[in-house]
Design a protein around this ligand. Structure first.
Ligand SMILES: [Zn+2]
Ligand SMILES: [Zn+2]
Length: 169
């Protein structure tokens, strides 16, 4: 992996140089297409203004023309507002398969939702794993997927989906 030089340490590509969170799928904000060196981006974890360096590693934006650009500052404010919202309410839980937002009640479960727990999507019956980043991802553990308990849980959800569909017609 290429690394960007900074004053006293090496920052691997795609780590936010400000908070060191892993940034994947950085999106361009000022034009279409894949990012190119020099493009500005924001860290979705700490709202730091970042720039794609010559080797496409993310570096802290330090060019005055960006730091003083009202358009960019407004975008940064939007990211900050989003982050405050997430802090208050948590990230919306979205099924990895159908991408529908799962009910807010999931966050108020008792015992509470912990990383490592599985959730069967109420819309498509896909088995989601709640990971340590508090996101829902595909459960890829075949053994767990094929366990009797999991099959039963999926069957139960599938049954209620079928019922809902039958009622809709
Ligand atoms: Zn950051
Ligand atoms: Zn789903």
């Amino acid at each position: 992996m290429k690394r960007a030089e900074t004053a006293d340490f090496h920052v691997p590509a795609r780590l936010c140089p400000s908070c060191f969170e892993q940034l994947d799928g950085a999106s361009k904000i000022d034009s279409e297409g894949a990012p190119v060196p020099g493009d500005v981006s924001f860290c979705i974890y700490c709202a730091a203004m970042l720039r794609f360096g010559d080797d496409m590693a993310l570096v802290a934006e330090d060019r005055p023309e960006s730091l003083n650009d009202p358009k960019l500052l407004e975008m940064q404010q939007q990211v900050k507002t989003f982050l405050e919202e997430v802090k208050r309410n948590g990230l919306p839980l979205r099924c990895y398969a159908c991408e529908r937002t799962l009910p807010e009640e999931l966050k108020k479960l008792s015992p509470p939702l912990e990383p490592g727990m599985c959730i069967v999507c109420a819309f498509c019956a896909a088995v989601n794993l709640y990971n340590t980043r508090r996101q829902l991802v595909e459960l890829t553990d075949e053994e767990l997927l094929n366990s009797e308990e999991m099959r039963a849980a999926v069957a139960l959800v599938q049954e209620s989906i079928d019922k809902r569909k039958a009622h809709a017609h």
